[in-house]
Design a protein around this ligand. Sequence first.
Ligand code: MLT
Length: 397
Amino acid sequence: MATINTNYQKLQAGYLFPEIGKRVRNFAAANPAARIIRLGIGDVVLPLPAPIIDAMKAGVDEMARKETFQGYGPEQGHEFLREAIAGHFRGQGAEVAADEVFVSDGSKCDTANIQEIFAVDNIIAVTDPVYPVYVDTNVMAGRTGPAENGRYGKLVYLPTTAENGFEPALPSGHVDLIYLCSPNNPTGAVMSRASLQRWVDYAKREGAIILFDAAYEAFIREPGLVHSIFEIPGARNVAIEFRSFSKTAGFTGTRCAFTVIPKELCARDGAGVPVPLHSLWNRRHTTKFNGVSYPVQRAAAAVFSPEGSKAVQANIDYYMENARIIREGLAKAGYRVHGGVNGPYIWLRVPEGLTSWQFFDRLLGEANVVGTPGSGFGTCGEGYFRLSAFGFRENVE
Ligand code: MLT
């Protein structure tokens, strides 16, 4: 009989968001009259803006004509999109070349898959709380021991809490791969420039690689904050960056994202010889992925046009006004709240005496509001709760 990858048996529970979905479906079935407000999974609600839809339609029209029809595109993405992305980075003060951009169908997939190009004995550091994809994919790949008290053996956890201002401290020893997410999912906090510089310097010293998830950078409101790790001197030698159109431009159902791997970025092979990660990822990407659909890439490129970026910004403003309403409303109600200023998530302390899941059940049962229990993101998330700003204004109010 065939045998399974037993690493899957180490996984602690179902993936967080399907688990929440199941509880909400059960509640809705038992309470058919309840009008449920969903601020759990960070999923956009506003339709794609007109300039983006127009570009997508134009792409569809091109597919309908013999002269402009497109078959397989380049796996890494069409030149027009990769150039537009590189130009956007330059505008943010980050040096990125178009051929360092790999267009994909999502940052969830990219942050999940990137670990494949690294050896199984790499030591992995994650923040706690953390986006569960980084952890679960390393569990599946066999880089961890079994779970005990909510934490996997061999993983290095970096507590990121109100007590340390949501700035993870550097590991006390050596690690090889570090997942950082800023603005952070779930806490909504943004890492400071000084702290990112410390991480880049650590990575240089230790020969480590930073896997920088910037899926929420477009939600940064305050000037002077870091949008791209490549704004930090030295980062091109130590970091990979992930970005997404999902939240930025409303593409959760449309699917488009990208990963940037600088050409000079290397990790060592078994003989200690430095190997460019760009070429390894290119090998993986071209073997396992056949590119994002042409009309979707046309739509994504329109995000960087003057009309497109204005329309996308208006939607971001809408969500961030939601965030303000949630944050200030909860603070007025006596809750301790974090995030929601430069990121679309509000991270609140649950009332004394309740666990995160107990608060989830109470909020759903009494107010018919869905959020995400902090403990679903790690042991340091216990006692916290995440609300997403991606909702309709009337519901948020
Ligand atoms: C979240 O709610 O954390 C995100 O929507 C999950 C994701 O982007 O995969």
